[in-house]
Unconditional design. Structure first.
Length: 222
């Protein structure tokens, strides 16, 4: 897989360095910091989630994790430790390339990889005015409750990035929350109705068993 990815990415102009283990990857990230990391969670030495945790301790580099089918818990753990996105094996090269482009573009748009702190956030035609507590979709003012606004604003700070159920609950509802995923299903449904979502081109995307992301529908849904 590593050789295939190097060939695919290299053919599209990316310079790719390979690492056969977690320790090798961490050492390489120190000596030659990458612009993006594609991290398989099934490594021969250090657990992939631990590699993610160690990278996030000192680096804001975008991390796309790769995991096998049926490993939602592992994907959630990696995302909670700071991964930006994930793809599930088997995956297509175009899908991975699209996620690479989004991760690099999003990372370049904000200082040191942190969340956007601008008073006005834009994700496609969705505009979130944090200072005024207003959301507009295609120019139309959307009437959101405080929790709905918090949900949308949090995702808008990380456009294209998957935020886990626990992260959203703790950031919007408070630290005492983390497992009440039914809240999110209800609020996501309400938000979609208010945004007049086209199911074929959603802005608010559900990642089953993992969390949610806010996307620009005109950017390939990523």
């Amino acid at each position: 897989m590593r050789r295939a990815l190097r060939a695919s990415l290299g053919a599209r102009g990316y310079e790719v360095e390979l690492a056969a283990s977690g320790r090798e990857a961490l050492a390489g990230a120190v000596t030659d910091p990458p612009n993006l990391v594609i991290l398989d969670l099934g490594l021969p030495d250090i657990d992939g989630v631990e590699v993610c945790r160690r990278l996030r301790a000192w680096s804001s580099v975008p991390i796309i994790v790769v995991s096998a089918d049926g490993a939602d818990e592992r994907k959630v753990a990696a995302l909670d430790e700071g991964a930006n996105d994930y793809v599930t094996k088997p995956f297509s090269t175009p899908e991975l390339l699209a996620r690479v482009r989004v991760a690099l573009r999003t990372h370049a748009a904000r200082p040191v990889g942190g969340p956007a702190e601008e008073p006005v956030l834009r994700v496609g035609d969705l505009v979130v005015d944090v200072a005024r507590h207003e959301v507009r979709a295609a120019g139309e003012l959307i009437d959101l409750t405080p929790k709905e606004f918090g949900f949308v604003a949090l995702l808008a700070r990380w456009p294209g990035r998957v935020l886990t159920h626990r992260t959203i609950l703790q950031e919007v509802w408070g630290r005492g929350y983390g497992t009440e995923t039914q809240y999110l299903r209800v609020y996501a449904s309400q938000i979609r109705k208010k945004l007049h979502e086209d199911p074929a081109r959603p802005r608010l995307v559900t990642e089953p068993g993992v969390g949610y992301r806010l996307v620009d529908p005109d950017d390939g849904g990523l």
